[in-house]
Design a protein around this ligand. Structure first.
Ligand code: AMP
Length: 285
């Protein structure tokens, strides 16, 4: 375990960039892990991967207002910076970047990154403007920190593809790596939003992963998406998920709809348990 005192904290760009530039001049590879805080073991898995990929790790904590819709949970999103900083120090992270909203979006801020195609379905259909908010803030974070590599969880699979595409399209000089989803022992994907779940909802929540896994197994065995998804929707409804916003089989790279898993595919879902919106996805095969 590293000395907690060694965690640097930055709230503005210039000193952070100076630190990163010094590391890079010393040939130390710098890895960025962007987060919205309320850190859990899934985030810490990203930090551990980051440490294995680079000499220096920067974690950002920023609850980005522009990726939340007007009726979403921005104001009640869990915030616990002191606990987060202690966890980052314990995880051996070198620097925490905690930008202010006013610094990220100064007066007259008027630029947005729109990634077409990939953002149209799945979460994009239910969260208008969400991926534009994500792509814009991640582009800014990459420009502000200037890491060699940045890590994103497969938990937010559509987000990972959107960021890869933006980085490629805009020639951003950074490598993007995806990290597999960390799950509880019962299969529930770790998420900052899991703390919204009432105890009896928490008991039913792992059904989401179970249903996705059943569909993936059916596809891998040669089944077709239509009937598998229909069965899955019924199973989610029976477990109390309402509404199921989407439950779909998509190409793992293009997110085009898939009927038979002849190429790498992904089963993805978003569904509510009570007031809590859960998302998850699994690979086919
Ligand atoms: P968030 O704070 O929810 O924006 O998440 C920050 C990063 O952690 C994103 O790249 C997420 O995809 C990733 N992440 C969140 N939950 C998990 C998990 N259970 N396993 C792996 N990565 C995760």
């Amino acid at each position: 375990m590293s000395d907690p005192v060694s965690l640097l904290r930055f709230t503005s760009v210039a000193p952070l960039r100076a630190a990163v530039a010094a590391w890079r001049r010393a040939d130390e590879r710098v890895v960025l892990v962007p987060t919205m805080g309320a850190l859990h073991a899934g985030h810490l898995a990203l930090m551990a991967r980051a440490r294995s990929l680079g000499r220096r790790v920067v974690a950002s904590i920023f609850v980005n207002p522009t990726q939340f819709g007007p009726n979403e949970d921005f104001s009640r999103y869990p915030r616990d910076t002191e606990t987060d900083l202690a966890l980052l120090a314990e995880a051996g992270v070198d620097a925490a970047y905690l930008p202010e909203v006013s610094g990220m979006y100064p007066e007259h801020f008027s630029t947005r990154i729109e990634v077409g195609g990939l953002t149209e379905g799945l979460c994009g259909a239910y969260r208008p403007g969400h991926f534009s908010g994500v792509a814009t803030v991640v582009t800014k974070l990459l420009n502000q920190v200037q890491p060699d590599c940045a890590l994103f969880g497969e938990k937010d699979y559509q987000q990972l593809l959107v960021i890869r595409r933006a980085v490629r399209d805009l020639d951003l000089p950074v490598e993007i790596q995806g990290v597999p989803t960390l799950r509880e022992a019962d299969g529930l994907a770790l998420s900052s939003r899991n703390r919204y779940l009432a105890p009896e909802e928490r008991v039913r929540a792992p059904r989401l992963h179970a249903v996705l896994s059943e569909i993936a197994a059916g596809l891998a065995a040669g089944g077709s998406a239509g009937p598998l998804v229909e069965g899955g929707r019924a199973a989610l409804a029976a477990a109390g998920f309402e509404p199921v916003q989407y439950l779909e089989v998509r190409d793992a790279e293009t997110l085009a709809p898939v009927e038979h898993a002849t190429r790498p595919a992904r089963v993805l879902a978003a569904a509510y348990l009570g007031r809590t919106r859960l998302i998850d996805n699994v690979a086919v095969g």
